[in-house]
Design a protein around this ligand. Sequence first.
Ligand code: GLA
Length: 508
Amino acid sequence: MGYNDWAAEFCALNQSLFTDTADFMLSSGLQKAGYNRLNLDDCWQLHDRAANGSFQWDPEKFPNGIPWLAKYMNDRGFSLGIYSDAGNKTCGGYMGSLGYEELDAATFASWGIDYLKLDGCNMPDPSEATYKQIYGRWHDVLENLAQPLIFSESAPAYFAEAENLTDWYSVMDWVPKYGQLARHSRDTLVFNSTLYWPNITGWDSIMFNYGQNVRLARYQKPGYFNDPDFLNVDHANYTMAEKMSHFALWSSLSAPLIISANVPALTKDDIAYLTNTDIIAVDQDPLGLQATLVSQDGTWDVLTKDLAGGDRLLTILNRGNFTANYTVSLARAGIISDTTVPYRVKNLWTGTLSHVSNQITATSVPSHGTAIFRIQGLGTPIKVVPTGMIFNTFSLNCLTASTNETLSWTVCNGSDSQVWQVAADGTVRSLLSSSQCLTDGGFNSTATITQCSFDQKQSWKYHLSGNLKAASSRMCLTEADNGLVHSTACGYETNEQVIALPGGVEIW
Ligand code: GLA
């Protein structure tokens, strides 16, 4: 949690911007709420290295120097982070770190820096293998420091949105081993966003990065976090409901909360929602889980996850154009409900407590607003079965059951036929009928949904590759042409076979 200058300032960063921001974060309560890091982005450096090869800060921007700035931060309970690029040049055209990895890491550490955002512009070549090699080298160098730096890797962002997502998935396989967070998609809108993404609204941009993040839930774990980019709080293009959604969604995903805005000019209302302690507790939850999708119907997105202490999160996003209510059953929230004991539900925006025994209604959710609830068991712990959408993370089509044994991949519509329970015994059951199980057809055959019979054909394992494999035939569930659901030989992280499952499923 913290601050980065980029979205508000571009290259106009300087010492007083950082000291003023830190001072305001202290006096406004932002630091107390957990925002305790300030990160310099691109353009802090001179275009040339010193005679000994080391980076030099721009003395006009940082007259007292970066070590002084780091001490200023540390003295006030903040950490200071910095930006560089794995390639020859940064995205803004300054010197990159290629070939200078050890010297640059040692330099940053000696300045009192404890966090590095390493961008991936201007690499020697655009191959996944080259990114892996250079980010891997950085991992080794950073780990060998007396105090390893936190490592934010931008590599995945350079492979997103390809026609074939295999490289994106491959990069995602290694970034959690090398670092603590990774930018996986586009930049959040900057103050004059047309440079990056013409004709886009702030809301579209939030929904885009959120949409990329939900494809990658399987990678997140304590110690590694998917980074859907900054909270650009003062972007002129947002309504208050949209900004609050941005914060509530990022918190539901346990994403980094890095404010990129003119912080001393934030309004009281902005500070109020950004310091909501209940929602920050969801973001910083020790389980570190990313909420996963229960359902999407074009208007409403529903997400859940486990929280520490046996609690459960329920997040309800209204993408529609009107204020409305929305009800979610406890079954959809993944709770095997005991109707004799009510559950306690806290609305994390209002603090209101209520008791429910079978469903939760979000009332008057504004257009583009997000309701967020914490569910607690009273007396007995909550029993959870991972429940939600099973979707292809390339096509975004949902696995859809029917009452006549056939399955299809179709546009997500929020119906029970697209909400699945993935039980610990490896069975996959649709909410349409809990006695019907996903059934492997064997090599190159159609998968079906048939009466559950404890047959090996109904036992599945989910892999970090995103493949859902049948225990019996070792075939992978596949989106074939025309939305058919096949069992075919597992390829290497192919568009047709990489699938998202509800969170909490054991991953092999
Ligand atoms: C890339 C990154 C941004 C920012 C700029 C700096 O676009 O994604 O977050 O660091 O480079 O040039």
